[in-house]
Design a protein around this ligand. Structure first.
Ligand SMILES: Cc1cc2nc3c(=O)[nH]c(=O)nc-3n(C[C@H](O)[C@H](O)[C@H](O)COP(=O)(O)OP(=O)(O)OC[C@H]3O[C@@H](n4cnc5c(N)ncnc54)[C@H](O)[C@@H]3O)c2cc1C
Length: 609
């Protein structure tokens, strides 16, 4: 393969980066035999904790312990709601539990629009589903809700939720399709016609379809407006973006495939050295043996590969870990032979990177430029950018591009947040690698932890197309993974000022676990290192007590014109159907609060705090 085939995306991604730092002393220390794996907590004069800390002038600053949080107290949970809003929530959540109605929600919405006419239909929607799950039509309209939530200690992650209302027949041809060389490609990272409508079986996430570059520019403008609205709404807000809106998904597929093949190759090399099955950050390849293998495979002579492992931050200890390995495809891809890796099934050397046409190269560059524009604006306005996680066949590329933005924009504070989906078997590896990389390179790590929104589609695709299911096999395994990732990040937070995490979940046990671990580790909510996140219109009994107790908590706040949000809205109704037990608890609490207000004659009182 010609060296010119090095994807411009990689080059462009590298050019976005801040200069790479040498490994941190902490990381270097980790490599010394006999040293503890994790560095001891650094002395931090600014830090206060539940156990007390030293203030800026050496004064002892003792934080009061955070108040207990009660998720079963309806009065606390709905203090911010008027009685009319309680009734609306009761009605909407009840309707969401009616299976036949929800299954036909889209058709019913269309029918109501025809029968009532546009104006009356919009009014009905605002009184019901739209009013419950969407904040308003535009930046101005959402302000009162954002301010009210803020008064109750709840921040906002603005999420412009317009989705094109395409039929499956219209959506399918807008998806990425088979490209040249498909025969050698990994099935998981090929587009498949039967999964062309990426909304299928996805309920809580909106989906973008590629039309052309102008449409991507329009999406970027929309995200820019959203960032600007976030900047104007409060001091510490977030704005959510989806990378599939910003470029050609085909590129994300191809780039994901490259990254995963490269990672698999590392693990194959590790197996050759008898190191299969170790935790990812404990897997270290011995450089000498690696060079021999590369030479035997005909990938690079020892003299050639010598240069790969003598860079500023490679091979100091005579070993190479996956982070070092990954950095090779940033810095060494000009060595054309490196782009060939063996196909373990056929024994043939195959190109790691696919050829891109000039037009495709250009599309990649534009995608990276759009991301750069958004992150620059977010930084200027003091808004944090939350990059949502999407399907597994895009996610390695999304995560990698997000990481490149973090390298550039997170030097002073966490501006760009990545998302980790814990239903993935590889979630723990992904989280630990990024934390370690941030430590080595000295940037701030910011992440949102979720369980994952694309489960049904992912499972169906893996089964039908015929590749290993990338998801944990059971809900319990996903819970274990979530807890493992969260526990790891919390422990890291204990030692670092440069790590922030958002626990984005409606699961009360997860939230309770987080609060308990924070207390055990001495992480006080006022340090604002651990955030919580729920979607607007759902689980207020979790969000508001957290906010009132002083924990940084956020609602994902969708907004957009009624008609354009409807496709998203009809699928949100489905989401509630899936969480019957939780929705029942929410309805019970809403009903208790309504009865209390009725009995005490406070039905018409304004929300207070
Ligand atoms: C603020 C916020 C932001 C979000 N952002 C994203 C995002 O960027 N990307 C994204 O993908 N999702 C996102 N989600 C959605 C999230 O991933 C979950 O789909 C949703 O929150 C439900 O999970 P839970 O922890 O709230 O509840 P739970 O009911 O405890 O968990 C349900 C989840 O568990 C997993 N699960 C259920 N059954 C099984 C099974 N049999 N095997 C394996 N796993 C199983 C699935 O992920 C399912 O969605 C976000 C959610 C919130 C609240």
């Amino acid at each position: 393969m010609a060296s010119s085939a090095r994807p411009l995306a990689l080059r462009a991604a590298c050019s976005l980066r801040a200069p790479r730092c040498l490994r941190s002393t902490a990381a270097a220390r980790q490599e010394q035999p006999g040293e503890p794996a994790r560095p001891p907590p650094p002395p931090d004069p600014e830090r206060g904790s539940a156990h007390g800390g030293t203030g800026p002038r050496g004064t002892r600053r003792v934080q009061p312990p955070p108040p207990a949080v009660d998720f079963g107290d309806p009065r606390e949970a709905f203090r911010s709601k008027s009685s009319a809003e309680l009734v609306r929530a009761l009605v909407v959540l009840r309707l969401c539990a009616l299976e036949p109605l929800v299954a036909r929600s889209r058709q019913l919405m269309n029918l109501s629009r025809k029968l009532l006419g546009q104006q009356r239909f919009e009014k009905l929607m605002k009184m019901t589903f739209y009013g419950q799950f969407v904040a308003g039509e535009d930046q101005e309209a959402i302000k009162p809700l954002i301010q009210r939530n803020r008064a109750f200690g709840v921040g906002s992650v603005l999420d412009y939720s317009v989705e094109e209302d395409l039929t499956p027949e219209e959506a399918e041809p807008r998806s990425p399709y088979l490209s040249p060389g498909a025969a050698q490609r990994e099935k998981q990272y090929l587009a498949h016609r039967e999964f062309g409508d990426r909304r299928d079986r996805v309920i809580s996430a909106r989906t973008y379809f590629y039309a052309d570059e102008t449409k991507c520019d329009q999406h970027m403008d929309t995200f820019l407006r959203c960032i600007e609205a976030s900047g104007g709404s409060s001091e510490d807000s977030f704005s959510a973006i989806k990378l599939t809106a910003l470029g050609r998904p085909q590129f994300l597929l191809q780039f994901s495939e490259v990254l995963m093949k490269w990672r698999k190759f590392f693990h194959q090399m590790a197996a050759e050295q008898g190191k299969a099955g170790l935790a990812v950050m404990e897997t270290k390849l011995e450089v000498k043996k690696l060079q021999e293998t590369l030479a035997n495979l005909g990938i690079a002579t020892k003299a050639e590969s010598q240069h790969w492992f003598t860079g500023e931050d490679l091979g100091v200890s005579g070993t190479v870990d996956l982070l070092d390995w990954n950095s090779l495809i940033d810095s060494r891809t000009k060595l054309s032979k490196l782009l060939l890796i063996p196909n373990m099934k056929t024994g043939q050397l195959e190109p790691l990177l696919s050829h891109f046409t000039e037009e495709e190269d250009l599309q990649m560059k534009r995608m990276l430029q759009r991301m750069d524009v958004l992150a620059t604006r977010a930084l200027e306005l003091g808004v944090r950018l939350m990059v949502d996680a999407e399907q597994t066949y895009f996610q390695p590329a999304i995560s990698r591009l997000t990481l490149e933005m973090q390298r550039k924009f997170n030097m002073e504070k966490a501006v760009v947040f990545n998302t980790f989906q814990c239903y993935l078997k590889e979630a723990y590896d992904n989280v630990t690698m990024d934390v370690e990389l941030s430590r080595r390179e000295g940037w701030h790590f910011g992440a949102k932890l979720v369980r994952g929104a694309y489960m049904e589609q992912e499972q169906a695709r893996a089964a039908q197309v015929g590749y290993e299911d990338p998801l944990n096999p059971t809900y319990e395994k996903t819970n274990e993974m979530y807890q493992r990732c969260l526990d790891y990040v919390l422990e890291e937070i204990k030692y670092s000022q440069k790590i922030k995490v958002m626990v984005a979940s409606h699961n009360e046990d997860t939230v309770t676990f987080t609060i308990r671990r924070m207390a055990e580790l001495g992480i006080h909510p006022s340090e604002k290192k651990v955030y919580f996140g729920q979607l607007l219109g759902m689980c207020d009994q979790i969000t508001f007590p957290l906010g009132q107790a002083g924990y940084p908590v956020y609602k994902y706040v969708p907004y957009g014109p009624v008609n354009e949000v409807l496709p998203y809205l009809s699928r949100r109704a489905l989401e509630n159907r899936g969480f019957m037990k939780r929705a029942k608890r929410e309805r019970d609490l809403l009903w208790s609060e309504f009865k209390r207000r009725l009995i005490t004659g406070s039905l018409f009182c304004n929300p207070s705090h």
